[in-house]
Design a protein around this ligand. Structure first.
Ligand SMILES: [Fe+2]
Ligand SMILES: [Fe+2]
Length: 156
């Protein structure tokens, strides 16, 4: 009997980005529903992931989108502005820390801003990159993206 052959598509850059968006959303939820030490730990994890995610996107994803999709420069400029706004909010939250009086309101603002930004990336960048880039390029870029994040985490 012949063994069934299944072609498993290798994880590409867009898969990695979408997975991280989902994880970021889960961590926002976890911070919101946790208290005390658990909240602090979830926030630390969220902050680290957000920083590494946005930084690697700014280095790898947005330049590729700017160069290859229609109106790429304008589209990525808007994304970079959203990232700058989120970065500022995140820095404020890290400074005040979970448990401070201002934290919960600022946290909701960050959450709304980051999740809206993620929707924009998925709609205006990722969809077009998946359609325009060769599959093997996107697989290679997944590896490059993850390696870059590891290096960023090591120097954080
Ligand atoms: Fe981003
Ligand atoms: Fe993103």
């Amino acid at each position: 009997m012949r063994a069934a052959t299944t072609v498993v598509r290798q994880k590409d850059l867009i898969d990695v980005l979408l997975e991280q968006h989902a994880l970021i959303e889960e961590l926002f939820q976890l911070v919101e529903t946790s208290r005390g030490k658990a909240k602090k730990e979830a926030f630390t994890e969220l902050a680290a992931l957000l920083q590494a995610h946005e930084e690697a996107e700014a280095e790898i994803v947005h330049p590729l989108a700017a160069a290859t999709i229609d109106a790429g420069i304008e589209v990525t400029q808007e994304r970079l502005e959203e990232e700058a706004e989120a970065k500022e909010l995140l820095a404020q939250l890290i400074k005040s820390g979970p448990g401070s009086a201002a934290f919960d309101d600022d946290f909701q603002q960050l959450r709304a801003s980051v999740l809206e930004h993620a929707v924009h990336e998925e709609r205006y960048e990722f969809k077009h990159l998946r359609a325009s880039q060769p599959p093997e390029t996107l697989v290679e870029l997944a590896d490059k993206f993850l390696k870059r994040q590891k290096r960023l985490a090591a120097t954080a």
